[in-house]
Design a protein around this ligand. Structure first.
Ligand code: ZN
Length: 134
């Protein structure tokens, strides 16, 4: 596992000394159904419906000897088993997602990804929730 740091890094870039923070991001998608049981009767999101979810994962850290924070393939290796748990599923049946709001889905992914700075979950093009940490 490459060493990472939450701090800004000072490195030589193109011969010039620069303070900066490097982050990488990767976007994933899955499709799933859900309903939000804690909403009052009559709220449309209490009804069973589905979304084409988009999940944006951001990782921050120092560059390793390869010049990577992380190989994107390493992020894929962590995310793909999680996507298998939620893709084409009723999210309410997934452990930890009994009340699958975008906020709780973002926290669910965030807790399961190493060196994760933030996870943003889009329910559609216009609505998202983000969990940030470290
Ligand atoms: Zn919904």
């Amino acid at each position: 596992m490459p060493e990472t740091s939450p701090q800004s890094t000072t490195t030589q870039v193109g011969g010039a000394r620069q303070n900066h923070t490097t982050r990488i991001g990767r976007t994933y998608r899955f499709e799933a159904a859900h309903h939000l049981p804690n909403l009052p009767d009559g709220h449309r999101c209490k009804n069973l419906h589905g979304h084409n979810y988009r999940v944006e994962v951001i990782v921050r850290g120092a560059l390793d000897s390869r010049g990577f924070i992380k190989d994107f393939a390493e992020i894929d290796a962590e995310i793909e088993p999680l996507l298998k748990l939620v893709d084409h599923r009723l999210l309410n049946e997934v452990e930890g997602l009994e009340n699958p709001t975008a906020e709780i889905i973002a926290a669910w992914f965030f807790a399961r990804i190493t060196d994760c700075e933030s996870v943003r979950v889009y329910e559609n093009d216009d609505c998202w929730a983000e969990v940030t940490g470290r």
